[in-house]
Structures are given as C-alpha cells and as structure tokens.
Design a protein around this ligand. Structure first.
Ligand code: NOJ
Ligand code: NOJ
Length: 484
C-alpha cells in the first residue's frame, strides 16, 4: 500500500511539471455542475446508439457516422462495453420500474443478436470484430480475429444473468438463451466461454485493430471472462465446465504477469508481435489501463490501483503531456489529454498524426477514482496514518477531476463527444457521438461518486481537517516520509 502512495505522489506531480498558469475553463460551471449534465447527456446519447431506427434489435452502433469515418457497425468489443453500462443501469434501477424493464429488454435483445452473430459464417469465426447493422458479417479487409470481443461479451452477459436471477428472473429463460449447461452448447454465454477457454493461446489483433500478437488487454479480459464464467457455470450446475474454465483462467493468470516489465517500469501491451503496424516501439499503451478498468469486477491480477497499473499510467501521462500541443495549457487543475499510445498515427479518418482520445483521458480519471476508493477501503491502516490516507485519497480524487476537467474543456456546450480531440486545435475529431466515449464518461462518473462517498464517510466518521489542495504540501505528508 505504501508503495502505491509513493507512486501516486509522483503521479500527481508528473504533469504539474508541464503546467502553465493559464486557466481557460468556462468559469461559470464547476466540474460537478458540468458532470451532472454531461452524465445525463451521455446516458441519453449512449441509449440513442442502441438499436437506432433502421437497425436490427440488439445492435449497438459504434457511432451514427456512416462516412468519414464509417462507424455504422455493431463492433463486438464496443457493444459489449456499452451494454455493460446498460447492465449497470439495469442494476441501479429499482426492480420492476419502467427503466429496469427497458434496460432488461435491451439486454435480452443484445443477447439474442449476439447469438445470431455467433451463428454466422464469418471470415475469422468467433473473433470476428464487427457486423453490419442487419446482423450480416462484415467481409471487407480488416484486422481479424480480435479475440477480446467474445470475452467481453461473455462478461457483460454473465453479469446480466446473475443480476436477473438475483431479482427472481426465470431460470428457464436463462437456460434457453444465455447458458444451457450443454456441450455442444446452443447458448451465447457458454459458446463464448467455450471459445475463450480453448482459444486464449492464439494470437490475434489488438483492441485498436492494428497489431497482431499476444496482448495484455485481450488476455486480461479473457481471464476475467473465464474467472466469472467458472463461478457462473457453478451457479448453473455445470460443474465440469466450471472446473475447466477455472483451470484455464489460472493458466492465463500466470501468463498475464509476463507482460510486466520491471526494466522499463511499465506494462508491455503486446508480446510476440508478428504482424500489423510495426511502429509501436515503446509498447506503452493506454490499453493496459483499460484492461484493468474493464476487469475491475473480477479479482484480476492487476487492479486499477495496483502499482504496475499506476506506474504505467504515470509513464503514459508523462510522455503524452509534451506530445500534444494542446497540453501546453495544463495547470494545477487541468491535466493533460491522453491518447492511445505515443506512436499512434490514426487521426480518426485515416493515417496522419495521432491525437488524444476522450475515452483514454477519462480512463486515467477513472483509474484514480478507483485508487482513492481503494485507499479508503484499506482496513489495515494504522490510526497514526489515517489522516494522511484521507489527505492522499482526496488528492488522488482531485487529480482524477483534473483529467475530467480536460475532457470538459474540449467538450462543446452541446455535450457531444467524438472519438478524438485534435491535438493542435482542441476541437473534437473523428467519429461523432462515439458510443464508447459516452460510456467512458458514465463509468468514470460512477467511480468518482464512489470515491466521493467514501471520502465523505471518512470525514463524517473521523472529523479531521483536510487541507485544500496544495501540491507542494503533498510531499510533506507523513506517508511520504515513511518511505524515505
Ligand atoms: C480503424 C481502427 O479501428 C483504428 O484503430 C485503426 O487505427 C484505423 N482503422 C486505421 O487502420
Ligand atoms: C477504433 C478503435 O481503435 C477500436 O477499438 C474500436 O473498436 C473502433 N474504432 C470502433 O469504435
């Protein structure tokens, strides 16, 4: 825990080194006011992209844009991530309420459509990355297969099946579409688990659809699917399968750790690359941060608050701060915008120069919120250090806010989010209304709410005087002195 603390302190400082004093956020809105509106807008726009007019039920379009760029497809990865937000909305809605029924309906449609995808004859089988909005496979040239998709889809649907059953849902309905405990199976979750449990050794394209090899992101989400798959199989009395998924997940867990590189001090996204874009020299990629976030429910080997993930985040921030000209105005409350990886050349339409992205910038904020909550969940903290932990958690939360301030700065008053932010002008660029961008704001908001709630509980419980944010004071706190 104390190593995390040191790592965080450095993290907080790393971008302030690039800070200038200019402050051009719209002064009439606080972050809270902006986020209230942006959260509601994001939920609405995310839902607009689920089964829009002219698409099959169950489709999630990556973006409504049909040209420049054409993102009007059901991407297996994007859809699973977006529907996991819908699943959480379902869990948050009170049982039997109209919202809960609406979300449940969307999730069943998604499950049905996903099963149809699985039954299609595609160029690469289960790892096929995207489908047309009528459900037929996309057969053009593409980086395929992408084996993160089935794993993410399984995780989303397992969480739904559990929540649905916990609310007294029909086991027969679950057996019919989601998990039949038969081999060979006719159901969507089990088919994805069977695929993942036998194909995790295979190379594939990464989540950015550019590099062929073994990827940390893919392996982490495969691990998480098999881990929760094993528990769910047990619930469904599919004992043999539960053991098999568990065994495969344990093997995968060992292999995932080989991505940590103590020499560079950050997680290596791709190992054994043997195809795709050759220029990712650093192998430092925000995908590794997303991997920890997208598996946060499972006891994955690397949690968002683990030292390895925080060190990797820190390295990303320090390298990307000077990379994008818009970051020149970073200051004590405005963190730098973050992109996918330093050598990126995808500009949202084609190849020129890479930019910061909304979802990767929001991911750093979300990571810090999880870290703050984690610090306050630690029951082993000696009472002499409690004040310091609270102070640190407050600082970490504030630093998360500084990354959301960056998103806020580049978001038009309409609230519309595209995929990227132009690195020179700060205007949105690439696919408009990218569904995943909205999802990233929603999940960051939830992680923030949790951190704020815990901070409040701590302050209410043990009234202590938490000083305002002065980063030069952070180095003075006892927790840091414990280290040196
Ligand atoms: C679209 C992909 O999704 C993106 O990641 C990639 O960089 C571009 N195509 C260019 O290949
Ligand atoms: C490009 C991204 O690289 C990829 O991860 C995503 O699936 C597609 N765009 C669709 O949003």
């Amino acid at each position: 825990m104390q190593t995390i603390a040191v790592c965080l302190l450095t993290f907080v400082f790393i971008w302030t080194a690039f800070a200038s004093s200019s402050e051009n956020l719209k002064p009439h809105h606080t972050l809270d006011e902006w986020l209230d509106r942006q959260y509601a807008f994001s939920v609405d726009h995310l839902l607009d992209n689920v089964h829009p007019v002219g698409t099959s039920a169950g489709v999630v379009i990556a973006s409504p844009s049909q040209s420049h760029p054409d993102y009007y497809y059901h991407w297996v990865r994007d859809s699973a991530l977006v529907m996991s937000v819908v699943e959480r909305l379902y869990e948050r809605a009170s049982p039997g309420s109209p919202e809960s029924k609406r979300y449940e309906h969307l999730l069943w449609n998604y499950a049905t459509f996903s099963r149809m995808n699985q039954l299609q004859k595609t160029k690469s089988g289960f790892g096929e990355p995207k489908f047309h909005v009528n459900g037929s496979p996309f057969n053009g040239n593409w980086g395929r297969p992408q084996n993160d998709g089935p794993a993410l889809r399984a995780s989303t649907l397992i969480r739904f099946a559990n929540a649905y059953l916990d609310r007294g849902g029909s086991i027969e309905a679950v057996k019919k579409l989601l998990y039949d405990s038969r081999y060979p199976t006719q159901t969507v979750i089990k088919a994805d688990l069977e695929f993942t449990s036998s194909a995790w050794r295979d190379k594939c394209f990464d989540l950015w659809e550019e590099v062929y090899g073994h990827h940390f992101y893919t392996r982490m989400v495969q691990y998480a699917a098999l881990q929760s798959g094993a528990q769910f199989a047990k619930r469904m009395k599919d004992v043999g399968a539960a053991d098999w998924y568990k065994l495969q997940s344990m093997k995968l867990k060992q292999i995932v750790t080989t991505h940590w590189d103590p020499v560079s001090g950050y997680m290596q996204e791709t190992l054994d690359q043997s195809g795709g874009l050759p220029d990712k020299i650093l192998n430092l990629d925000t995908a590794t941060i997303l991997a920890a976030l997208h598996t946060v429910d499972q006891t994955s080997p690397y949690r968002p608050f683990s030292q390895e993930i925080l060190l990797t985040a820190q390295e990303l921030v320090s390298r990307m701060a000077p990379l994008y000209p818009i970051n020149g105005n970073s200051n004590l409350t405005l963190a730098p915008a973050i992109g996918r990886y330093c050598e990126d050349t995808y500009d949202g339409y084609g190849r020129s120069e890479g930019n910061p992205w909304i979802l990767t910038t929001a991911a750093i904020a979300e990571t810090l919120y999880h870290t703050a909550s984690h610090l306050l969940e630690d029951t082993t903290i000696p009472s002499s250090l409690k004040h310091s932990y609270l102070h640190l958690a407050q600082n970490v939360t504030d630093t998360g806010d500084h990354f959301l301030n960056r998103v806020r700065l580049h978001t038009p008053t309409s609230g519309s989010l595209s995929e990227q932010v132009n690195k020179n002008t700060g205007f949105m660029q690439g696919a408009p209304h990218l569904t995943w961008s909205y999802a990233s704001i929603i999940t960051a908001t939830w992680a923030r709410e949790k951190a704020l709630r815990k901070l409040k509980e701590w302050k209410d419980d043990r009234p202590v005087d938490v000083p305002a944010q002065h980063y030069d004071r952070v180095f003075q706190i006892p927790i840091f002195r414990v280290q040196v």
